[in-house]
Design a protein around this ligand. Structure first.
Ligand SMILES: [Zn+2]
Ligand SMILES: [Zn+2]
Length: 168
């Protein structure tokens, strides 16, 4: 895992289309925590920073390895999982279930459900939110009389740049 990508990255949110620098998104998370009356502890902030720097869906054990190097002491898996649970509960991080990996959310202020497109070649993920899909899922669940406890929408394939590279 290379932690080099700290440049601003293009946002995939159709309502945004801006560029987000990791440091600026971490600062946003800190101010949201202040407004919500919850604590972005050092470990929670470090994990969010690592996920932003990574630029790739990152597994908990990779995070534990890097945290050990950065902090010069081991961090136990339960501690890291608890921090990830907190970050997910605040909408700062999403889990890509099919890869058992975590990605930072660009717009935690909106707290929306997302779906993911995941490239099987380079591993990059694109996060999208579309109210039409949420409405459709809600309607289907209601028609079935289904009470939804968890919803995962993940699409795997080849991203545009990998498809272009393989065509070249
Ligand atoms: Zn954005
Ligand atoms: Zn790709």
């Amino acid at each position: 895992m290379a932690f080099l990508s700290v440049q601003p990255r293009p946002c995939t949110d159709p309502n945004c289309r801006g560029q987000h620098a990791p440091a600026e998104r971490v600062a946003l998370a800190m101010s949201l925590c202040g407004a919500r009356g919850v604590q972005l502890t050092t470990l929670r902030r470090q994990i969010l920073e690592l996920l932003w720097e990574s630029g790739q869906p990152t597994g908990a054990y990779e995070l534990i390895e890097v945290l050990k190097l950065r902090n010069s002491r081991p961090v136990g898996p339960p501690t890291v999982y608890r921090a990830l649970e907190f970050l997910m509960s605040q909408g700062f991080v999403s889990k890509i279930e099919s890869h058992n990996a975590y990605v930072p959310c660009a717009h935690p202020e909106r707290r929306q459900d997302c779906l993911f497109f995941i490239c099987g070649d380079c591993g990059a993920s694109v996060e999208l939110a579309d109210p039409r899909i949420e409405q459709l899922l809600a309607k289907m669940a209601a028609d079935l009389g289904y009470r939804v406890t968890r919803r995962v929408v993940e699409v795997e394939g080849t991203c545009a740049s990998c498809a272009a590279a393989s065509a070249a």
